[in-house]
Design a protein around this ligand. Structure first.
Ligand code: DSN
Length: 436
């Protein structure tokens, strides 16, 4: 598969070889990562990368688009079938690009929006002061509860109070470190009450939503954005979706006819030319492949196993005396607060890395440490489930993590755990074909 690269650029080939070896040999628990199929990779590595195709299928600014048009149409139709929705745009290069198109469409610079606090599991593009979303717009936040029966979870009464207080033009849902499902109907009721538009960024749970094992935001949110590479297990990229298209409430009209434009037209224009140039047609073809993979019943089995593995891991951590934020998980991830173990997220991440277990340090709600140190780690099961781990393996992984975290700077422990990791990953092979 990679003979030409090996011959023409041995330096880059060697880097790829080392990264593939790392993915093969280690236990990957970064909650936003997954392992794509050989078919998805093959679609990406094709001459479709050569083609400029600004515009939409049938309405391009370049000639020669007849074949990439078919690829994009296929991706759109498959995405619509997957999410039972009326409209999609598969061109966003990433989740952040998809989100930029949402802001450009729904808000004016300076407008207020309400989203999940970044320190409580929210995402960079949901109002961080160093991101365009926090630089151009006024971000207000809801968070999770510190104590009580809803500790670590969002209390919808508080979301409503906050929305009534700040009167946002848009409310966002979605997170990169929240282990519970969302009550989309309750969010929509609040949005309607304050006359806000509702946006769900489903990047993390997109695959679980497609498989029907989590609540579906499409019937409730005005707009949904996502990445395609997390639980959905497609190529690195983004997408926008609407359950139902609707007339824009801003009075924006079509240039020639003066007709009130549909939201789909505004979102399409916000992707191109609003925030992007030419779409990545090789990635769009790979998205089509991934969507077809997610449309078959085996993908539902995968999504259920992801959930079962995450639940088994969370329980195993609790049984070993760890503090799992919110007491468990509904989805593919969990956040472990290490303060009761006298460890920081930074120390834990580094120690686990030495044993070939990859996690990321993560702020926990009400953290007293900086984002570079943090009090927690975030773990997810999407990638290990793809390579065949089950609940039993997930419990073994927690035992290995516990062994490292009990002696984080002990090199003998690192070595011994690394050997056990090698054995586990050897039993569940991954990319044996890539360098063949
Ligand atoms: N950076 C991703 C994550 O790790 O959750 C989200 O975009």
């Amino acid at each position: 598969m990679m003979t030409s690269l090996r011959n023409s650029d041995p330096q880059v080939y060697a880097i790829i070889e080392r990264e593939v070896a790392r993915q093969n040999a280690g236990i990957e628990l970064i909650a936003s990562e997954n392992f794509v199929s050989r078919a998805v990779m093959q679609a990406m590595g094709t001459p479709l990368t050569n083609k400029y195709a600004e515009g939409l299928p049938g309405r391009r600014y370049y000639g020669g688009c007849e074949h990439v048009d078919t690829a994009e149409d296929l991706a759109r139709e498959r995405a619509k079938a997957l999410y039972h929705c009326e409209w999609v745009n598969v061109q966003p290069h990433s989740g952040a690009s998809a989100n930029a198109a949402v802001y450009l469409t729904l808000l004016q610079p300076g407008d207020t929006f309400l989203g999940l606090d970044l320190a409580h599991g929210g995402h960079l593009t949901h109002g961080s002061p160093v991101n365009f979303s926090g630089i151009l717009y006024k971000a207000e936040y809801y968070g999770v509860e510190r104590d009580g029966p809803l500790a670590g979870r969002i209390d919808m009464d508080r979301v409503r109070d906050k929305a009534l207080a700040v009167r946002p033009k848009m409310i966002s849902i979605g997170a990169s470190a929240y282990s519970r499902d969302f009550d989309y109907a309750a969010f929509r009721t609040i949005a309607d009450e304050v006359n806000a538009l509702l946006w769900m960024d489903m990047a993390h749970p997109a695959g679980l939503i497609a498989a029907g094992v989590l609540n579906d935001p499409l019937p409730h949110a005005h707009i949904v954005s996502t990445t395609t590479h997390k639980t959905l297990r497609g190529p690195r990229g983004g997408m926008l979706l609407m359950g139902q298209d609707f007339e824009n409430p801003f009075g924006k009209v079509a240039p020639k006819s003066g007709r009130i434009r549909r939201m789909s037209e505004l979102f399409d224009a916000a992707v191109f030319p609003g925030t992007q140039g030419g779409p990545l047609m090789h990635v769009i073809a790979a998205k089509a492949v991934a969507f077809a993979e997610a449309l078959v019943p085996a993908f539902k089995d995968y999504a259920q196993q992801v959930q079962r593995n995450a639940a088994a891991m969370a329980l195993a951590f609790l049984e070993r005396g760890y503090h799992v934020v919110s007491g468990g998980t509904d989805n593919h991830l969990m956040l472990v607060d290490l303060r009761n173990r006298g460890l920081t997220g930074k120390t834990a991440e580094k120690a686990l890395q030495a044993a070939d277990i990859t996690v990321n340090k993560n702020m926990v709600p009400f953290d007293d440490k900086s984002p570079f140190v943090t009090s927690g780690i975030r773990l997810g099961t999407s990638a290990v489930t793809t390579r065949g781990f089950t609940e039993e393996t997930a419990r073994q992984v927690v035992a290995l993590i516990d062994a490292v975290l009990q002696k984080p700077s002990d090199e003998d422990t690192h070595r011994s755990v690394r050997n056990q990791v090698r054995e586990l990953t050897r039993q569940h092979p991954l990319y044996d074909f890539v360098l063949a």
